[in-house]
Design a protein around this ligand. Structure first.
Ligand SMILES: [Zn+2]
Length: 236
């Protein structure tokens, strides 16, 4: 079910105190109208009734695309470590007294991911909508980074974050590298061919992982490949 909660806010623009209704959880199986609204970030948007100023408010939100067995938990960066650990334990299935947690552990409820920022939240949905596995996408991002770094030493030294992005106009996908210091953006095409190859090589190993992969990011890909290199594949 989808839930709305009332919270008290102060407008940073005009100082007005007001009550806002925010979404705590959305289940698109029960509220199909919310499918696009979530992608337009409407669940994070709040508007001041006095001055009309609006912005995105980062706070805990659970997105459940039940028809596809997919859950995305948004935990804002303002949440403390304890809260984060608790949620991580829960979704990793280590909360053994809890039925949902044990179902997640046995991978009976599909995929669950935790993200901490709105751009990451939107990226996960873009990957989901493209029908891709985010773990394979992270591996492809890493290989793309290695490939560019090989030819360009300065690229390798930059502090970058990478995003999977859909270009709606061209109906094509890109990997966008954002320089955290200069905010410069560099994009590389996302190759479906490379994805298919990676999928063939790694999907079995991904499925065989003991624990659910709750946090899937660049670090995940690095650790996965590290482990994969130590345990050679069984050729079949
Ligand atoms: Zn205001």
């Amino acid at each position: 079910m989808s839930l709305v909660k009332k919270i008290q806010l102060t407008c940073p623009h005009c100082g007005e105190d007001f009550e806002a209704e925010i979404w705590e959880t959305v289940n698109t199986s029960l509220d199909p109208d919310m499918f696009d609204a979530v992608r337009r970030c409407e669940v994070f948007k709040v508007t001041c009734p006095r001055c009309g100023e609006s912005g995105l408010l980062e706070r805990a939100f659970l997105y459940n695309q039940m028809q596809d067995n997919y859950m995305l938990h948004f935990l804002p960066r303002s949440a403390n470590d304890e809260e984060f650990e608790q949620i991580l334990r829960f979704y990793s299935g280590e909360d053994s007294d809890n039925l949902l947690s044990s179902l997640i552990r046995s991978k009976k409820v599909g995929e669950v991911r935790i993200v901490r920022t709105i751009p990451r939240f939107l990226e996960k949905l873009a990957i989901l909508d493209a029908g891709l596995d985010d773990r394979v996408v992270e591996i492809e991002k890493l290989f793309t980074w290695l490939h560019i770094s090989d030819k360009d030493e300065t690229f390798a030294k930059r502090k970058l974050e990478s995003y999977f992005v859909k270009n709606e106009e061209k109906d094509s996908y890109f990997i966008v590298f954002v320089d955290l210091e200069t905010e410069e953006k560099l994009s590389a095409p996302f190759s479906q061919e490379l994805y298919d190859t990676m999928f063939q090589i790694y999907s079995q190993e991904i499925r065989n992982s003991e624990k659910p992969d709750v946090i899937v990011d660049e670090n995940w890909a690095r650790q996965f490949l590290e482990k994969s290199r130590q345990e050679p594949h069984q050729e079949s």
